[in-house]
Design a protein around this ligand. Structure first.
Ligand SMILES: *Cc1c(COP(=O)(O)O)cnc(C)c1O
Length: 365
C-alpha cells in the first residue's frame, strides 16, 4: 500500500538511506565518478554522474511516487526536460500544441523545432473537439499545459488522453502550475508529465531544475538514453535542494492556495482590476485598467518582488508581456489576452495580510 501524498512528499515510497550511516536526510553524493571493483562489476550500478548518481536517483524515485509515474528523469532545467521531450519526434511529424504555452516553449517550437522539420500546430485545446479536428495520420504528439500560463485555461486531460491514444499519439502535459499535490495527469491517461521543478517542487526560488515523469519504462528508457548522451542532467546539490523543498510541498501548496484565495477576494474589490484569472493554485493573473496602473504597481510594491518565476515561498509579481512572453508573436499574445495591462502574481507563503497590504499601498501610491 502506498502512503498518502503528504507522507510521500517526505518519504517517497519509504526507502531508507542504506549507506551504512543511517542518515535521515539523503546524502549529497558530490562525485563525478564511482570506483569499480573489477572490470564490469559495480554493485550499485553507478559509474559516472552524467549518467546516474545516487542523490539524483533518490529524487527521481520520490517524484515518480508523487506523479504515479513508472520512472522519472531529473534535468538541469524545465526547458532541458521539454527540449528532450521534443527529441521523441522525427522530421515530418505533426504535433498538436496548446496555443497558450510557457514563452520558452513557444521559442523552442518556433526557433528550434522548425529547423528539425517538425510540423507543430497551435490549437485551443480547452475544447478537446479542436484536438480531434486537428488530428492527421502523422500526428505523433499532443502537448499542453493545464492550467495555462498566464491565463489559466483548463483542458480536460482524460478526454485528451482518449483522443491521443485512439490516434497513436503520445500525450504530454506540463503540470508545473498544479503540481502532483493538486493534479496527477498520468492517472488521467497522460503518457508524459513535464515539470519545471524550479517552481513549486523546489519551492524556494533557489534552484533551477526539471523533470520528465513517464507512464511507462519504455518511454523513460528513451529519455535516459537522450539525457545521458546530451548531458543536461541535474547536479547532486540541486537534487538535494529539490528533495529538501519537496518535503514541505503539501503544506506549502495549502498555504499558497489559501493565501491566493484571500488575494483574489481583495482584488475583486479594487475598481482598477478588470479580469481575474485564477485556477485554484497559488498563482493569480489579473488585468488592470491601464498599462500605467500596471507599471505603478510594479514600481511601488515593497514586500512583493518584481521578478520572473513563480511557485516559491516569496511572493513575486511578473509582467508577462515583457518578462515571460516576449518571444510570443504579437498576434498570438493579443488573442490570448497577454497585454500590457496583464500582471501575474505568484502568491508566496507570507502572512496574507502583509501581501494584501503591500498590494493596497502599491495600488494607491
Ligand atoms: C518555468 C516554466 C517552464 C520552464 O522551466 P525552467 O525550469 O525555467 O527551465 C516550463 N513550463 C512552465 C509552465 C513554467 O512555468
Amino acid at each position: 500500500m502506498s502512503y498518502e501524498i503528504d507522507t510521500r512528499c517526505i518519504h517517497g515510497e519509504g526507502h531508507k538511506c542504506e549507506d551504512g550511516n543511517n542518515s535521515i536526510s539523503y546524502p549529497i553524493y558530490q562525485t563525478a565518478s564511482f570506483s569499480h571493483l573489477t572490470p564490469g562489476h559495480n554493485p550499485n550500478g553507478f559509474d559516472y554522474s552524467r549518467e546516474s548518481n545516487p542523490t539524483r536517483a533518490y529524487l527521481e524515485e520520490t517524484v515518480s511516487s508523487l506523479e504515479h509515474a513508472a520512472d522519472t528523469i531529473a534535468f538541469a532545467s524545465g526547458m532541458a526536460a521539454i527540449a528532450t521531450v521534443f527529441e521523441l519526434f522525427q522530421p515530418g511529424d505533426h504535433i498538436i500544441a496548446g496555443e497558450d504555452l510557457y514563452g520558452g516553449v513557444v521559442r523552442l517550437i518556433n526557433q528550434i523545432c522548425e529547423k528539425n522539420g517538425y510540423d507543430v500546430e497551435f490549437v485551443d485545446t480547452t475544447d478537446v473537439e479542436n484536438i480531434k479536428a486537428a488530428l492527421r495520420p502523422n500526428t505523433k504528439g499532443i502537448y499542453f499545459e493545464s492550467p495555462t500560463n498566464p491565463t489559466m485555461r483548463i483542458t480536460d486531460i482524460g478526454a485528451a488522453a482518449g483522443i491521443a491514444h485512439e490516434s497513436g499519439a503520445v500525450l504530454i502535459v506540463d503540470n508545473t502550475f498544479m503540481t502532483p499535490y493538486f493534479q496527477n495527469p498520468i492517472k488521467e491517461g497522460a503518457d508524459i508529465v513535464v515539470h519545471s521543478g524550479t517552481k513549486y517542487l523546489s519551492g524556494h526560488n533557489d534552484t533551477v531544475c526539471g523533470f520528465l515523469c513517464c507512464a511507462t519504462k519504455e518511454l523513460s528508457e528513451r529519455f535516459r538514453l537522450l539525457s545521458k548522451t546530451t548531458g543536461a542532467t541535474l547536479g547532486p546539490f540541486e537534487c538535494w535542494l529539490c528533495m529538501r523543498g519537496l518535503k514541505t510541498l503539501a503544506i506549502r501548496m495549502e498555504r499558497h492556495k489559501s493565501n491566493a484565495e484571500a488575494v483574489v477576494q481583495y482584488l475583486r474589490e479594487r475598481k482598477e482590476v478588470d479580469k481575474i484569472y485564477y485556477a485554484g493554485t497559488g498563482i493569480i493573473s489579473f488585468t488592470v485598467d491601464s498599462a500605467e496602473t500596471a507599471c505603478r504597481i510594479l514600481k511601488n510594491i515593497k514586500l512583493i518582488t518584481f521578478a520572473e518565476s513563480l511557485g516559491g515561498t516569496e511572493s513575486l509579481l511578473t509582467y508577462p508581456t515583457v518578462q515571460t512572453h516576449p518571444d510570443v508573436p504579437e498576434k498570438q499574445k493579443e488573442r490570448l489576452g497577454i497585454t500590457d495591462k496583464l500582471l501575474r502574481l505568484s502568491v508566496g507563503i507570507e502572512n496574507p495580510k502583509d501581501i494584501i497590504e503591500d498590494l493596497r499601498q502599491a495600488f494607491e501610491a
